[in-house]
Design a protein around this ligand. Structure first.
Ligand code: HQG
Length: 185
């Protein structure tokens, strides 16, 4: 086994804590938590060398604060982005008046027709600033940014949740609430 980089560990954690715990033979509880010591054992068995200090460093240094420990540090979970059915216990909260969603230009027509859908995730993910939305959109291709009036959505009864790492989440964004952000807006 070679020493694992934080990036390697972070990618494996994203996979097993959000999408596929069975890959390394762990289970997530209803709120997405898993036991830290058991996780470390299983990650090592899987062939990715990891010690508790490294896990702590990955959690602390994750650029998007992807993971959290529980209060006594015995459990760990992903802050958002799951495709497995878990309940993170989000409480509806009022977002800022505008949020942003970055995606690829190739998705534009479909989104304008059908609105933003959550696809494989539990929610549609929205960013609180344009720079973040651009970074998210670039992952999919040439980026395009939608601006979303959360005020209008709240008036129509839509709910929003803020994940522990500052991503705003909602069930869906119907097309009527989406504006394409032109460069000068
Ligand atoms: C698109 C990263 C066509 C949607 C980021 C997006 C984020 C549609 C893609 C987090 C559509 C789903 C989430 C429609 C939605 N027609 N395309 N009707 N509705 N889409 O990756 O928001 O690195 O599941 O625009 O920072 O890109 O994982 O969602 O392009 O916070 O921590 O379907 O993932 O964080 O893609 O990214 P994703 P996302 P992590």
């Amino acid at each position: 086994m070679t020493t694992s980089s934080e990036k390697q560990i972070s990618k494996l954690l994203s996979l097993v804590l959000r999408h596929s715990p069975e890959t390394i033979g762990i289970e997530l509880d209803q709120q997405g938590w898993t036991n830290v010591n058991h996780l470390i054992t299983k990650v090592n068995e899987y062939g990715t060398e990891i010690k508790l200090d490294q896990l702590k460093a990955v959690v602390a240094n994750s650029d998007k604060q992807r993971f959290s420990f529980n209060e006594d540090g015995t459990k760990i979970r992903a802050n958002q982005g799951h495709s497995v059915p878990i309940d993170l216990g989000f409480i509806a909260k009022n977002p800022p008046p505008f949020l942003y969603h970055g995606t690829a230009t190739k998705n534009k027509e479909s989104i304008l027709q059908f609105g933003l859908k959550k696809q494989a995730r539990h929610h549609v993910h929205l960013s609180k600033d344009i720079e973040t939305a651009v970074r998210v959109g670039q992952r999919h291709g040439k980026p395009i940014i939608f601006k979303i009036s959360t005020k209008l959505m709240l008036e129509k009864g839509h709910e929003f949740y803020e994940s522990a790492n500052g991503v705003w989440l909602t069930e869906a964004v119907p097309a009527e609430f989406l504006i394409i952000l032109e460069k000068d807006n």
